[in-house]
Design a protein around this ligand. Sequence first.
Ligand code: PLP
Length: 364
Amino acid sequence: MKFNKILENIKNYEAGKPIELIVREFGVEPKDVLKLASNENPVGTSKMVVQALKKSANKAHLYPDDSMYELKDSLAKKYSIKPKNIIIGSGSDQVIEFVLHAKCSKNSAILVAGTTFSMYEIYAAHIGAKVYKTPSKSHNIDEFMEIYNSKKDEISVIFLCLPNNPLGECLDAKEVFEFIKSIDKDTLVVIDAAYNEFATYKDSKKHISPLEISKLKNTIYLGTFSKLYGLGGMRIGYGVADENIISNLAKLRPPFNVTTHALIAANEVLKDKEFIKKTLENNASEMVRYEKFAKKNGIKFINSYTNFITYIFDDKNSTQICDTLLKQGIILRDLKGYGLNAIRITVGLPKQNKRVLKALKALI
Ligand SMILES: *Cc1c(COP(=O)(O)O)cnc(C)c1O
């Protein structure tokens, strides 16, 4: 059977390996599987969310509130913006998809950092749009500017991942806003802020304000509930932008694109200040454990503004390390697919991190 030619150039997104696979393949007990591969929240699910979901379990037969009134209202209050500045997606991934369909065609291009979140490229491929990457792996704003200036007619979307997955680095907000000022009104700048709360907690200079973004005519802020908020399994995220951008993206939103329970969970976790605080504190203190280990053992790492750390190896093979750990039930993310001899480790709870580092120590 013939399919759309565009499909020939599309690679599937390589997700972190699921726990069930390790249980089946290596016979590890489910309780002994440690997954630190997808940057999920190691603290777990907020207890307030669990309660709210239990109470609403009997609403499964009804379609969700498609206006998403309550969640939009909560986010609007949190960021001092209007509900009309917000679009909700089935993960912020879906908002990335809306952006590309709203702005790109097969004659246009996107501009991204040398090594960054692969979904930008994958969704661009769905449309047949070209992808320009900066020579540097991490974000270098001068390189972004140079490529943009030479390909202005083609580039319709620029992605800045702040902080960047899978490397962990983060530009200062000041640099970012200056950059946006020199970009045409017709080019959309996407600020993927999936980890920005972690960056802001570490260094306030990294904070990107959704309110400031919503005042610009050519920029969108993307947030997710999958990382800090511990709702990866619920699939919910959002975009914040000027009303004109949001109303155009909304034309591409399928009806009922997020579930009733995802909406309830997201709205509830925003209230759970204790859960959020615990997550940020654990991440900051446990990050230090990983940094110390790396320094002591001569492993290179990137100063991380996220909830993961990327270890770069010289003489050891990252794939071999990951495969060996996998057999012990420890799932980490090998970055060979990104052309890096490196491993991305989601920062877990103290006991989990001790287990990872003990296992790693035995291999290096
Ligand atoms: C996790 C992640 C997202 C979005 O995840 P969703 O689960 O789809 O909300 C977006 N961008 C980056 C860089 C991420 O790491």
